[in-house]
Design a protein around this ligand. Structure first.
Ligand SMILES: *Cc1c(COP(=O)(O)O)cnc(C)c1O
Length: 402
């Protein structure tokens, strides 16, 4: 079995890490263990506090062999000691917030993020006595200014959903660590291949594995990668006590997807580059934001930080009314690209995200923060997840409506 300390290339790691031939049957593919409980041959404690390195499997909320296989694979791909898989990406975000933060603590959170994460931080954390500052993290000075003596967590997301704005992760890590805080990053848009979060100093690397890591749109899940001590704390709190564990069946499906992630990310990047260039030059898009294009407002940062610019593009078409009209047209006429939420699948997906609606429901930005959002998004964006179809077919499909 290939582990973290064995230096294999990213493709070999994605395929072999966490798994190996079954010692009893010789099966080459990993087994799907659906068992919720495990026969133990001596008395054992039944508390999250009894977990240690040597603990075997006892009950599937603590750990399950198929889920553990995926956790080892993701940890190896991220270059971290450990990983915890959760029932969804939102369960991973909750795991981070509710393990790291307590009443009286302060957190600095990106003022734009996945809408569910934004709403959790804005509505639920204050109810628990946790203060949150929402800042535009594209300028590190805003984060430096927001840090306080009781800041325990800086949570960023890069590239950020839905506008593909970037955050300088190395600088975030430095600022957070100097203030005695942990730094977490939702790296769902980038995937583990997009940027080396561990190398950039991120303590808790979060993914919705529903997206690129699973990659096929057939299983919901989440993951957090980090050092063993932190991941043990998250497992005791979020998995064993809050209970949001990943189903072994989903772990098995997602591990099968993860094995081809490096190959898929290369193809996603290639397809997205072709589609982004077409959008920029030959369609009715008025502004295209893709980290791989020199026109991205933070292209220098993208070049410095991102190894793979992924398959996520956002583009504008003019007024909100025009966007809404086009979205309706897409829903009726597109055949290759599915008009649907989610992202990172082999199938291309597109969805309209109107600025005014998102401000009301999730982000509530004003002044310079709203201006920064609008620099990237105008009255609204189409969030396009470029899939693995032939780029010419994606372009031909989109050109029917654009
Ligand atoms: C989808 C998504 C989430 C939430 O993940 P689920 O698996 O749907 O719970 C969190 N962050 C980002 C960036 C996402 O795209």
């Amino acid at each position: 079995m290939i582990g973290r300390n064995q230096k294999t290339g990213p493709q070999t790691t994605a395929i072999h890490a966490g798994e190996g031939p079954d010692p009893t049957t010789g099966a080459s593919a990993p087994a799907l263990h659906m068992s919720s409980t495990f026969v133990v041959d001596e008395a054992a404690g039944f508390s999250a506090h009894d977990l240690d390195e040597e603990s075997g499997f006892l009950y599937a909320r603590w750990g399950n062999p198929t889920v553990a296989m995926l956790e080892k694979k993701i940890a190896a791909m991220e270059g971290t000691e450990a990983c915890l898989c959760t029932a969804s990406g939102m369960a991973a975000a909750s795991a981070i917030f509710f393990t790291v933060l307590s009443s009286g603590d302060h957190a600095v959170v990106s003022d734009v993020s996945y809408a569910g994460v934004a709403e959790l931080a804005r509505e639920t954390l204050p109810r628990m006595g946790i203060e949150v500052s929402f800042v535009d993290m594209s300028d590190p000075a805003n984060v430096a200014e927001a840090l306080r003596h009781n800041t325990k967590l800086v949570h960023c997301e890069s590239p950020v959903n839905p506008i593909c704005r970037l955050t300088d992760l190395a600088t975030m890590s430095e600022l957070a660590h100097d203030a005695g805080a942990l730094v977490s990053c939702d790296a769902t848009f980038a995937s583990p291949l997009g940027q080396d979060c561990a190398e950039l100093g991120i303590d808790l690397i979060m993914h919705s594995i529903t997206k690129y890591i699973g990659g096929h749109g057939d299983a919901v899940g989440g993951a957090i990668a980090g050092n063993a001590e932190l991941i043990d704390r998250l497992r005791a709190e979020a998995a064993i006590h809050h209970g949001g564990v990943l189903s072994p069946f989903n772990a098995w499906l997602i591990a099968r997807g993860a094995a081809t992630l490096p190959l898929r990310m290369r193809a996603h990047q290639e397809g997205a580059m072709a589609v982004a260039k077409w959008l920029e030059n030959e369609s009715s898009a008025t502004k295209v934001i893709y980290p791989g294009l020199p026109s991205h407002p933070q292209y220098d940062l993208a070049q410095r930080q991102m190894v793979n610019t992924s398959g996520m593009i956002s583009f504008q078409v003019g007024t909100a009314a025009k966007g809404q009209e086009l979205a309706n047209k897409m829903a009726q006429e597109l055949q290759v690209v599915h008009h649907a939420v989610s992202l990172g699948h082999h199938r291309s997906l597109i969805f309209w995200m109107e600025t005014a609606g998102l401000m009301d429901s999730s982000f509530e930005l004003e002044g310079s923060q709203l201006d920064s959002y609008r620099d990237f998004a105008g009255d609204g964006v189409f969030r396009l997840s470029v899939g693995l179809e032939d780029a010419e077919d994606i372009i031909a499909d989109l050109s029917k409506v654009l």
